[in-house]
Design a protein around this ligand. Structure first.
Ligand code: FES
Length: 364
């Protein structure tokens, strides 16, 4: 019998992946385009991954200068739940992604937190979609497209991707294959420069008010998802607004971090200097440290002051990295979607956006 058949237990016997207990193991690294690689991970235990297509995870990269937190959208689909993948581009000057390129090989391990994020068609279901992306902003679109291919291949999708040169179009072959098998998928590629490597007969230039209707004539009727560099998303936003598009149906994400409201700084409505009544006791049960949270401090800030390490990335209540179990006491939490209601009910808090109301004890 093929040994791989016994690799996994039956799905019914497997629990969902838990970012507090399990780390990720690299099972594959694939070159996708110049300076773009896909890293595929499975759990170091036999678990499956539960997430929404379009969500992101935060990886803790153990660089020589200390752990580096980096947030990446998942390019994989939860319809294939035994592994997850991120597709990353090493931008000029990037430290984290370059570290991944040089150090993360099959068999390697990395801690991850999440998933999190609301940039998903599951949160904005529609009969017709327009996915607009530039560069590696294509990754959440790919997750959603792969999910639709598995669960609803007839869906009406207009998929527009912009790249500098033809060879920089990430997932181009897979997209063209999906274009042949998904009857409702219409693909539009747009490049800025010709390449010496191949002829190009498609659209050239930047997406604008003339080209968008050519690529997606009925764009006004679609739920729009947009991801790419901020100037690109700004241009798409402005173009849609000027075309009278109902922006309630527009959603954007900037490589893992939503760039539009309603994201707010935790406690944005409270002046930073607003005095709390008094310092509140915090017990860090795992470290055995007792400390005080001073007026105005978050639990994360109090932990740092006390020398207790709690992983954090966005520090904005968004990514879920600083989630810990609170075993006693009450907090005031002002998050931006990085924690589920069910997790709050279980007793979890996000340390970066929580302030104690009473003495508390947390598992950190
Ligand atoms: S660090 Fe991202 S939610 Fe706290």
């Amino acid at each position: 019998m093929n040994a791989t058949i016994n690799l996994y237990k039956h799905l019914d016997e497997m629990l969902p992946w838990n970012d507090r207990l399990q780390v990720l193991e690299v099972v594959g690294v694939i070159d996708e385009a110049p300076d773009v690689k896909t890293f595929t991970f499975r759990s170091d235990n036999q678990t499956w991954f539960r997430y929404k297509p379009g969500q992101f995870v935060t990886l803790e990269l153990p660089t020589a200068d200390g752990p580096l937190m980096r947030t990446y959208t998942l390019s994989s689909s939860p319809s294939r739940p035994f592994s997850i993948a991120v597709t990353v581009k090493a931008q000029a000057g990037s430290v984290g992604t370059r570290w991944m390129f040089e150090n993360l090989k099959p068999g390697g391990h990395v801690k991850a937190f999440g998933p999190a994020g609301e940039f998903s068609l599951h949160d904005h279901p529609s009969a017709k979609y327009l996915f607009v992306s530039a560069g590696s902003g294509i990754t959440p679109m790919m997750s959603m497209l792969r999910w639709l291919n598995d669960f609803s291949p007839q869906t009406d999708i207009s998929f527009v991707n912009c790249a500098r040169r033809p060879e920089e179009i990430i997932f181009r072959k897979e997209l063209e294959l999906l274009g042949m098998r998904m009857p409702g998928l219409s693909l539009g590629f747009m490049i800025e420069e010709r390449s010496s490597r191949e002829s190009w007969f498609g659209h050239m230039g930047r997406i604008d008010a003339v080209r968008l209707p050519m690529l997606s004539p009925d764009f006004r009727e679609r739920e729009v998802f947009c991801c790419g560099p901020e100037p690109f998303m700004r241009a798409v936003r402005q173009m849609l607004e000027s075309a009278g598009f109902d922006m309630e149906h527009y959603h954007e994400e900037s490589f893992g971090r939503p760039a539009v409201m309603p994201v707010e700084a935790p406690f944005a409505d409270v002046p930073a200097s607003a005095p709390a009544e008094q310092a509140v006791a915090i017990r860090f049960a795992t470290s055995g440290v007792e400390a005080e949270c001073l007026p105005g401090q978050t639990v994360l800030q109090a932990a740092r002051a006390a020398g207790v390490r709690i992983s954090a990335a966005c520090e904005f209540g968004l990514c879920g990295t600083c989630k810990v179990m609170k075993s006693a006491g009450e907090v005031e939490m002002s998050h931006n979607g990085g924690i589920l209601e069910s997790e709050i009910a279980e007793g979890y808090i996000l340390c970066c956006c929580s302030r104690p109301l009473t003495p508390i004890e947390i598992e950190a």
